[in-house]
Structure formats: structure tokens, C-alpha cells
Write a protein that binds this ligand. Structure first.
Ligand code: FES
Length: 163
């Protein structure tokens, strides 16, 4: 049976749509490999006092902070706990948290990141946000858990677990 141009194009389009619908989401493999790591109990956090942990492995220092108020993406009973990679995206120096301004500041070349706005660069050499550690909160146990990273941690080609 001869295949008309219209039928051929229609079949090709349907095939492409099927492939798109069943293809894994970009980054899904890396995300699937993301570990769940307990950061701490929400009631143990003090406003402005960083809690140090590592995510997704021991070579990736991170800071979790209870901010002075709720922020988009914040977890815990008051939606005010956030976490970020501690490695500046410019050249990898460990950033410090400035509790008065609620920003992360890099001591090497002074890039400053907004802790309330997804680690957005306020000023400095960095060209991307400070990678944000995705957190979940379980109200029953009061536990805050790190479950993923938004952004590329300095010095890596991906955020897959390295250890
Ligand atoms: S390493 Fe942080 S600004 Fe350069």
C-alpha cells in the first residue's frame, strides 16, 4: 500500500510525540540518585544561626538557616528554614552567613547571595545563584530532610553523589 506524504508526516509526528511523552525528564537520573539526609529537628533551629551539614556527600558542605520570617520554598512550621551549598559558585570558597542582612557572603572576592530569594546573586563575581538544597519537613517527627539540589555545586559536572 502506498504511503501518502500526509500519512507519513502524521505518523512521524505521532511517533515523536510518543517519544517525548515517554522520555525521562532531563536530570531525572541524577535526581533519582539524590540521597535523603536528615538535617535536624525544626525546633532545634535558632533564627540566624547556621546549621552545618553536607549534601549530597561529605565533600559538599552546606548550611541550613532559620530566617526571620517565611520565604518561598522555606520549610518547617513557619516556612522559614532554607539551605544552600556553602561553596561559592565563583571559585569555591566557603561562604559565611550574615544574620543581620540574611545574606551569604564570600570572603574571597565578596560575592553576596540573598538567602531569602533562592540564593540570588546581589553583587559580585558569581554569575549564577548559590545552589539551593531542597528540603522537606515532616510535621509528625519535626524532622527537616535534604532531598536534592537546585543548581550546580561548585567544582562538579553534576550533583550526583560522589562518595
Ligand atoms: S570565590 Fe566567592 S567570590 Fe570568588
Amino acid at each position: 500500500m502506498p504511503v501518502s506524504r500526509r500519512n507519513f508526516l502524521g505518523s512521524a509526528g505521532a511517533l515523536a510525540a510518543l517519544e517525548l511523552a515517554t522520555a525521562p525528564r532531563p536530570g531525572a537520573a541524577a535526581e533519582a540518585a539524590s540521597p535523603s539526609i536528615k538535617v535536624g529537628r525544626a525546633k532545634a533551629f535558632k533564627v540566624g544561626v547556621p546549621v552545618q551539614f553536607s549534601y549530597p556527600d561529605a565533600a559538599a558542605p552546606a548550611l541550613a538557616i532559620k530566617l526571620s520570617g517565611p520565604v518561598p520554598g522555606g520549610v518547617g512550621p513557619a516556612h522559614d528554614i532554607v539551605a544552600y551549598s556553602q561553596l561559592c559558585v565563583h571559585k569555591g570558597c566557603p561562604v559565611n552567613f550574615n544574620a543581620q542582612r540574611e545574606v551569604f557572603m564570600c570572603p574571597c572576592h565578596f560575592t553576596t547571595y540573598d538567602a531569602e530569594l533562592s540564593g540570588q546573586v546581589i553583587i559580585g563575581h558569581a554569575t549564577t545563584n548559590l545552589p539551593r538544597i531542597r528540603l522537606t519537613y515532616d510535621a509528625a517527627s519535626d524532622v527537616v530532610t535534604a532531598v536534592g539540589v537546585d543548581g550546580l555545586i561548585y567544582g562538579r559536572v553534576n550533583n550526583k553523589r560522589m562518595a
